[in-house]
Structure formats: structure tokens, C-alpha cells
Design a protein around this ligand. Structure first.
Ligand code: 2HG
Ligand code: ZN
Length: 484
């Protein structure tokens, strides 16, 4: 059992200041507030201090200090977690270590098609740097302006282009991470082949800062596509969407980059909350798909491929209407509608987030079954269902009815609705967190969906790397016995 720091906080603060400098060590409650509250303002923690180290050596020194004094450390990137994974709890004894000052792109190797960068680079800056070098870094998520590469890695971020390019695990060749005692692990070698034992970087990727703090990475770069074709398509139902995806893959193969399913209530929510945006189709539909094809070939060829997919879809009765993007501005407008769904829910409040993945062959039945169960429990819920159907990931987010407050809706429904939806997914070999991670929000649910062997292995790994349970404690895994 580890007892937490008994030395005076003032001494810890003085030692932190000596490492990162006065300006990079914040300990005034009001100034710490942006770092101790999550993006959706659902989790309000407290901290001993927020430190903003300038480099890996400082991260290492901070962690070594905290290890010596038994002070918990909460790593933080852009603080965009939907699961409360990047903020401290209410105890007030933890140091938040935010990486935003470590925002340098260190190297772009266009021959090796790799980019080496510090963890605090925002995803948007990483993509822009790659583009400037004539390459694509393909991770694409709505929060790209705020989220950071370190957070993308520690949550194994996915987003809208996973269908074609994979998630962060697939896009990473190496990382540098600081261990809880301050030691530095590095695999920043940019190798596409390296079968020399365990692939340790994968332990840190997706571990939500519970095993080490990722400070740098080598990421894969891809060719920049020269052509893009996109359409907003009304489909008969989710079964038709799955069939249409099959058709698109048959006709366009690798060019199918994104295939997003959107329910009628999801689009309505965006249009209501942002009246300046316009509906992509003249009438309302229960189910829609945003498809994007990209290629290194010519634009006319890709447009013809998209037309072929749509014609096949119409002939087979899968597609009932479609709007094809005639310009880059049209494509951006489609994506704006799609990407605003998440923030529109945040503004409205009262949404029950279920981030499900399920084999594609079962996804349409899952949506029908889960909808029926949810509507039996909460008949007036707005069924905000959308997501990355192309890779089997659906954000199943029942939202409060307009005349019920967020607090009342969540109090009455959160537990039973998420239990029902997650239960159906688990029964179908699905996952209860496809891409958002576990954080605090899903921590207790993890116990229901992992086998005893899986849980024991996870605890063994945690104990081996973080024996004092100081790194992002009580995130992902409940605190195991003997590690208070
Ligand atoms: C998205 O795909 C994000 O828009 C957020 O993963 C999903 O807010 C959500 O549930
Ligand atoms: Zn998503």
C-alpha cells in the first residue's frame, strides 16, 4: 500500500518550480481551473499544481520528483477527453502535467515518409506540417485544433479516416515515454520493420497515461491525395448503408476513405443549434451517409466512380436521394454538418454517450435492437446515432427530449440506457469504447466486459510499470487491492 505524500505541499511546489520555472508552475486555483475541468464541464477536479514542462528532461525530472514524494500525476494534452480521462479527481493532491509547451515538429523525413514530433503538437499543426512537406498525416478528428498528438496516442484516437488509414496504433512507428519513476523509454527510430521482442510502444498507446507519459513520436506519412469526391446520401436504413458500403468497396476499393452514418435526429440537432448551416438534401431523412473517396488519380475518374456507386445504390433500392459535392467548399460544408454533431450535443446537454464498435455484419441489427431497447426505457429520447460505420464504430448517444432538463434526463436514464446499449454490444462481441477510451466514465463498466484473465493481465502490467499507482490513478482501471 502506497501512502501519499507526507511532505509539505510547499516543498513539492518549490521543487517543481526549480524544474520547470516559476511561470510554468501554476498553483492558483482560478488559474488551474481550465486544467482541472474537462472539455464538457462534467468533471470538476482540483490539483496541487499544474506544470507545463518545456522538454522531455523536465518531464522526467517532474516524474522522478513526484515518484520520490508519492505525488500522483495526471498527464494532459488538449483536454478534449469525453471520458474524464485527463483531469484530476477532487482530492487536490495531484500534479497535472500538461504538454502543450512541447509543441515542436522535430523532423520530417520525406524519403522515409515519417514525421517526428513532440507530444504537445496539435493534430491540426501536425497535419499542416505534413502537408507543407507534400505529405498526408491521415488522422482526422473534429477536435484537431485543440487535441494533441500525445493525447491522440494515449487514447489510440480514431476518427473519420480509420476505414482507409487505421487508427493511431496503425500510424505510429515509435514513441518516447517517461515512466512514473522518471526513466525514459524511446523507440524513435522510424522503422517499419523491427521484430526484436515485445512491441513496447503499443503498451503505452491507448493506455490513457496510466503507464507512462508519451513525450514524442515518429508517425507514418502518406501520399497527399490529388482527388476527392464526396456525397451526402439518404439511405433506406442502416442495413442499406452496410450494403452500400460493400458496393463502394467493390467499386472503389482503397479509395473509400470515409463512410459516416448519420441519423435524422443527429442532423436535425446540428441544424437547430446552428441555423446558419443548411441542410444538404431538400427533405428530411431517417438515415444518411457521408461518403468520401480520395485517390492519387484524376478528379474526373473519381467523380465517375462515385456516380457508379450511387447509381448502383439507387438501382438496388439502397439510396433514396443524394447530393454530390461540386466543390471543395461543398465537401467542407458536408463535413461541418457531420463534425458539429458532437458539440451540438455538448451545447444541448443530457446525452448518454455510448461509443460502440461491432462487426459490420451485425451493426445494422445492433442499431435496430439498441434503438428499440432505449425507446422502451426513454420513449422521448432524441436518437442521436452516428459515426464511423465504415470501420464498425457507431456513436449511439440518446439525447434528452427538449422539455426535460439534462440533469433529470441523465438521472433517470444514464445508468439503465448505457447498461442496455453496452450489454447488447458486449453480447455481440462488440466493444463498449471503440475510440473514446475508458477514463473515469467507463471505468466501472470495464469490469463487466473484460474477462478475469484480461483484467488480471491489465493490473499486472499496471503494477509492473507504475508500482506506486501514481500515474493517472483510478483512470481506466479501478484501483486494485493493495494499491490504494
Ligand atoms: C465524433 O466522431 C467524435 O464526432 C465525438 O468521436 C463523438 O461526441 C461523440 O460522441
Ligand atoms: Zn468518433
Amino acid at each position: 500500500m502506497t501512502s501519499l505524500s507526507t511532505i509539505p505541499h510547499a516543498q513539492v511546489l518549490a521543487e517543481l518550480r526549480a524544474i520547470v520555472g516559476d511561470k510554468a508552475c501554476i498553483d492558483v486555483a482560478a488559474d488551474m481551473q481550465p486544467f482541472t475541468t474537462d472539455y464538457r464541464k462534467l468533471y470538476h477536479g482540483r490539483a496541487l499544481a499544474v506544470v507545463l514542462p518545456a522538454d522531455t528532461q523536465q518531464v522526467s525530472a517532474v516524474l522522478a520528483l513526484c515518484f520520490k514524494h508519492n505525488v500522483p500525476v495526471v498527464p494532459q494534452g488538449g483536454n478534449t477527453s469525453l471520458m474524464g480521462g485527463a483531469v484530476p479527481d477532487a482530492a487536490g493532491n495531484a500534479v497535472v502535467l500538461n504538454l502543450r509547451r512541447m509543441n515542436q515538429v522535430l523532423e520530417i523525413d520525406v524519403v522515409n515518409d515519417t514525421m517526428t514530433l513532440q507530444a504537445g503538437v496539435t493534430l491540426q499543426s501536425a497535419r499542416a506540417a505534413a502537408e507543407e512537406a507534400g505529405r498526408l498525416f491521415p488522422l482526422r478528428i473534429g477536435s484537431e485544433g485543440s487535441c494533441q498528438i500525445g493525447g491522440n496516442l494515449s487514447t489510440n484516437a480514431g476518427g473519420t479516416a480509420v476505414l482507409r488509414y487505421g487508427n493511431m496504433r496503425d500510424l505510429t512507428l515509435g514513441i518516447e515515454a517517461v515512466l512514473p519513476d522518471g526513466r525514459i523509454y524511446s523507440s524513435l527510430r522510424g522503422l517499419r520493420k523491427d521484430n526484436t521482442g515485445y512491441d513496447l510502444k503499443q503498451l503505452f498507446i491507448g493506455s490513457e497515461g496510466t503507464l507512462g507519459i508519451i513525450t514524442a513520436a515518429v508517425l507514418k506519412l502518406m501520399p497527399l491525395p490529388s482527388a476527392t469526391a464526396a456525397a451526402w446520401i439518404a439511405v433506406r436504413d442502416p442495413h442499406a448503408a452496410v450494403e452500400l458500403l460493400g458496393e463502394a468497396k467493390r467499386v472503389a476499393g482503397q479509395a473509400v476513405t470515409a463512410f459516416e452514418l448519420i441519423s435524422g435526429p443527429a442532423l436535425t440537432l446540428v441544424l437547430e443549434s446552428m441555423p446558419q448551416l443548411s441542410a444538404p438534401l431538400p427533405s428530411a431523412h431517417d438515415w444518411m451517409v457521408l461518403i468520401e473517396l480520395t485517390s492519387g488519380g484524376d478528379a474526373e475518374g473519381l467523380d465517375a466512380t462515385l456516380m457508379q456507386i450511387l447509381e448502383q445504390g439507387m438501382e438496388r433500392g439502397l439510396v433514396t436521394d443524394a447530393a454530390i459535392a461540386a466543390s471543395i467548399a461543398d465537401t467542407r460544408a458536408f463535413w461541418m454538418l457531420r463534425e458539429e454533431i458532437s458539440d451540438a450535443q455538448t451545447r444541448t446537454g443530457g446525452s448518454i454517450k455510448c461509443d460502440i464498435s461491432i462487426p459490420l455484419s451485425k451493426i445494422a441489427d445492433f442499431i435496430a435492437d439498441a434503438s428499440a431497447e432505449v425507446l422502451a426505457l426513454a420513449p422521448d429520447a432524441r436518437m442521436v446515432i452516428y459515426g464511423h460505420m465504415g470501420d464498425g464504430n457507431v456513436h449511439f448517444n440518446p439525447l434528452r427530449p427538449k422539455d426535460v432538463s439534462a440533469a433529470d434526463f441523465l438521472a433517470a436514464n444514464y445508468a439503465r440506457v448505457s447498461h442496455a446499449v453496452d450489454g447488447l454490444a458486449t453480447a455481440q462481441n462488440g466493444s463498449i469504447s471503440a475510440e473514446h477510451g475508458i477514463g473515469v466514465a467507463k471505468r466501472d463498466d470495464l469490469l463487466q466486459c473484460k474477462s478475469p484473465v484480461e483484467l488480471e493481465l491489465m493490473w499486472q502490467v499496471k503494477r509492473a510499470l507504475d508500482p506506486k499507482n501514481l500515474l493517472n490513478p483510478a483512470k481506466v482501471l479501478p484501483v486494485p487491492e493493495g494499491m490504494a
